[in-house]
Structures are given as structure tokens and as C-alpha cells.
Write a protein that binds this ligand. Structure first.
Ligand code: FE2
Ligand code: FE2
Length: 291
């Protein structure tokens, strides 16, 4: 482990809370089609990620709500309330960006269509509630790893391109780190087993790369502007998978497979404090976005 400093159980302190915030995409300057610094592949990658968040986060919320009346610990109850508030707000603001991206021609509307949402609800209803929660806890490790990379690596900051998209990603990444252990602690409190936790993550890990690669290829193949530049696309695809988002990510995701793992084993407190000042301190980048 070179990039992660592992600590022994420094508990995340405080309760996550949803911030009342607003974003203005394409205002006053219209967004460029390839808003991520002209990179077609990276722009489609962010568009796909942003499109997947609202329905995904709503599923996370449903998974923790299935246990709402069984939480005895008042502290955990407050953390779960904060988690739900933050995830609901994330979905709301990503939907605003997604509408803009769909207008700009990104083929992303199917992610959040009523049919797709119904399908995922039907699947969830058939899953044992603890397995649904195990999937949320595992997905939260993904978002925490991506959030840590977004906030810790200047190269990732440089990739975002459009300033308001970067603001959205930074705010989302910050709050993901604030609540990174909530679903996990709820899973433990509900007596979820280590075997189910680890197997769920192993399954997700096996699916991630193929699903990301297929999703991205389909998205690009439906973009007539991008299709005109196959060589550039191939180059940008290689750069994406070898770049600061993906390089070494498998190892960081796989930490979750270790028996006894806890999200707070990974030290992110200092990073959070630095970004709290950067985003919400005096003269913070997002102070003027707060309502
Ligand atoms: Fe989120
Ligand atoms: Fe989250």
C-alpha cells in the first residue's frame, strides 16, 4: 500500500449533514460539448458516472431505509439520517447536470428512466435486505476510493475541465468521505456477516471493469461527433485507464476484501479537513453556492 495510510480505527467523528447548495451548469458561459478539457472519452466517462448516481443513490437510500425501524443506537440513527439527506441531495444536483448533458447529446437518459428504476426496484425486492445493504456498503467503498482520488490528486482536479462540473464533483466527493462508513456500520449493526460482505464486493469487483468499458464504448459509439475521430478515441481510452483515476485502483478497492476491514481504517480525516477549508471556509470555493 503506497498511496493509502492505514490507521487503526480512528472513528469518523460528527454526523454527516446535507448542505443546502445550488449549482449553475452552463451559466453564464455555455458548457463545451467535451467539457472535460476537450477529452471526448473522459467527458463521456463523467457523463456516465453522473447519470448513474441518481438512481444508484436512491437504491442506497432504499437499502438503509429497510432497516430504519431496527436501529437502536441513537448515534447510528443520526448518521443514517445524514447519509440519506446527503445522498438525496447528490441525486438532485446530478439530475440537473444530467439534464444539461442529455440536451448536449450525451445518450444517458436510459440510466434514470422510469423503466430502469422499476426494474431495479423489482430486483431489490427479491434480494434479502441484508444483501441489498451489503451491496450499498460495497458501493460506498467505491465512491470513497474515487472521492479520495478526486480530492487528493491534483491531476484529477485538472481533468474535470468545466469549473462548475469540478465544483459538483468536489462537493460530492467531500460528502462521500464524510459518510463513507455509515452504510458499513449499519450493515455490521444488523449482524451482516463478513462472508456476505466480502463475497458481495468480490462480485462487484468482477463486474466493474467490463461494465465500465462496455458502457463507455456504447456511449461513445452513439456520439456522431466522437465517432469521426477513432484514433483520438483510442488514445484517450488508453489515457483514461492508465491515468490517475484508474491507475492502481484495483488494489485500493480490494482492501475491502480483507477480513476485519473497516472504512475508517483508511485515513482521510486530514484530507477532509483540508477540503473543508478549501470549499466551505472563509473564501471557500463553494461558499457562494450555499443557500
Ligand atoms: Fe453520493
Ligand atoms: Fe455515498
Amino acid at each position: 500500500m503506497t498511496e493509502y495510510r492505514v490507521q487503526t480505527r480512528a472513528r469518523t467523528t460528527g454526523y454527516p449533514r446535507a448542505r443546502r447548495i445550488r449549482f449553475r451548469f452552463g451559466d453564464p458561459e455555455p458548457m463545451a460539448k467535451y467539457f472535460a478539457g476537450g477529452d471526448m472519452v473522459f467527458s463521456h466517462f463523467i457523463a456516465g458516472l453522473s447519470a448513474a448516481f441518481p438512481p444508484g443513490e436512491e437504491s442506497f437510500i432504499r437499502s438503509v431505509r429497510r432497516f430504519a425501524d431496527q436501529i437502536g443506537d441513537p448515534e447510528l440513527k443520526k448518521r443514517v439520517t445524514g447519509f440519506i439527506g446527503q445522498e438525496a441531495t447528490h441525486g438532485h444536483h446530478h439530475r440537473q447536470l444530467n439534464e444539461k448533458l442529455a440536451e448536449m447529446g450525451y445518450p444517458i437518459e436510459w440510466y434514470d428512466s422510469p423503466a430502469a428504476i422499476e426494474r431495479s426496484k423489482r430486483i431489490e425486492e427479491r434480494l434479502p435486505a441484508l444483501l441489498h445493504l451489503a451491496a450499498t456498503a460495497a458501493a460506498e467503498h467505491y465512491t470513497a476510493v474515487l472521492a479520495e482520488r478526486t480530492l487528493a490528486k491534483p491531476e484529477v482536479q485538472a481533468l474535470a475541465g468545466d469549473p462548475e462540473v469540478r465544483n459538483l464533483m468536489n462537493w460530492h466527493a467531500f460528502e462521500e468521505l464524510e459518510h463513507k462508513s455509515v452504510a458499513f456500520d449499519l450493515y455490521r449493526a444488523m449482524d451482516g456477516t463478513e462472508a456476505m460482505r466480502i463475497l458481495t464486493m468480490a462480485t462487484l469487483l468482477a463486474l466493474t471493469l467490463p461494465l465500465t468499458a462496455v458502457g463507455l464504448t456504447v456511449s461513445l459509439s452513439r456520439d456522431p461527433d466522437a465517432r469521426r475521430y477513432p484514433l483520438s478515441l483510442a488514445k484517450e481510452m488508453v489515457t483514461l485507464f492508465r491515468g490517475p483515476i484508474f491507475r492502481g485502483i484495483g488494489r485500493e478497492l480490494a482492501l475491502y476484501l480483507r477480513p476485519g476491514f473497516h472504512p475508517d481504517d483508511i485515513e482521510t480525516t486530514e484530507l477532509l479537513e483540508r477540503w473543508r477549508a478549501e470549499l466551505f471556509g472563509n473564501d471557500g470555493d463553494l461558499v457562494d453556492h450555499l443557500k
